[in-house]
Design a protein around this ligand. Structure first.
Ligand SMILES: CC(C)(COP(=O)(O)OP(=O)(O)OC[C@H]1O[C@@H](n2cnc3c(N)ncnc32)[C@H](O)[C@@H]1OP(=O)(O)O)[C@@H](O)C(=O)NCCC(=O)NCCS
Length: 185
């Protein structure tokens, strides 16, 4: 996906740039993912697992290239200067014709930038993009204790359809359930 750049203005009147990212942005992206993964336990990896060695960095770069070059998938980021402060990933949920009407998403905002509408702005762009390339269903998974994200998804019209018990094991010993949600586009 190749999208933007576009200026976005938040509820607090802050202005940022929104655009898709590709392999050239791998360092900014990993830096962003490390922080969001350290800010909360809601992301799928621990911070020290994100781009942890040279092989992982190369693998992430290859993933970004694939998404950038695919007209139905991509990463949309919000930049404050050179820094990625928020990102939403849109990926095809299935590989073949039977399931290629479904996409999945993952989203994160750096903690100090939350609460000013950036999550909603990224979700709106992801939904518009997904519709424009023919997806009919958007899917996601969210941890049961992630109140901000669950509230945002409900507000955006997502419906809960399942729960995977014991989906996440935290280092501290806690076990967390994952709620699965979908939205018809
Ligand atoms: C979830 C997340 C993306 C929301 O981003 P955001 O920029 O703060 O969201 P917005 O400001 O657009 O708020 C959208 C809605 O989310 C909900 N929300 C946001 N923060 C909330 C909070 N602290 N408590 C409860 N609801 C909250 C509200 O419904 C809000 O709507 P409102 O402003 O009309 O009340 C952000 O908190 C985040 O990145 N968290 C860490 C990573 C994460 O959890 N990712 C999702 C994994 S499934």
């Amino acid at each position: 996906m190749q999208l933007g750049p576009e200026k976005v203005t938040t509820k607090k009147e802050n202005e940022y740039i929104l655009r898709s990212i590709g392999p050239d942005n791998v360092e900014e992206f990993l830096n962003f993912m490390r922080q969001v993964s350290a800010d909360t336990h809601f992301m799928s990896r621990y911070s020290d697992e994100v781009g942890s060695d040279e092989y992982e960095v190369l693998a992430e770069k290859a993933r970004l290239k694939t998404l950038y070059e695919d007209s139905r998938q991509g990463m949309i980021s919000v930049f404050d200067g050179d820094r990625i402060i928020g990102n939403v990933a849109i990926r095809t949920a299935g590989k073949g014709r039977k399931t290629n009407h479904r996409c999945s998403i993952g989203i994160g905002i750096r903690k100090e930038y939350t609460g000013q509408g950036l999550g909603s702005i990224l979700m709106d762009h992801a939904i518009e993009f997904a519709k424009s390339v023919g997806y009919e269903i958007m899917e996601l998974g969210v941890l049961s204790d992630n109140t901000p994200a669950r509230s945002m998804y409900e507000k955006m019209g997502f419906t809960e359809w399942g729960c995977l018990p014991d989906a996440f094991h935290l280092d501290e010993g806690d076990s967390l359930d994952e709620i699965t949600m979908y939205k018809e586009l």
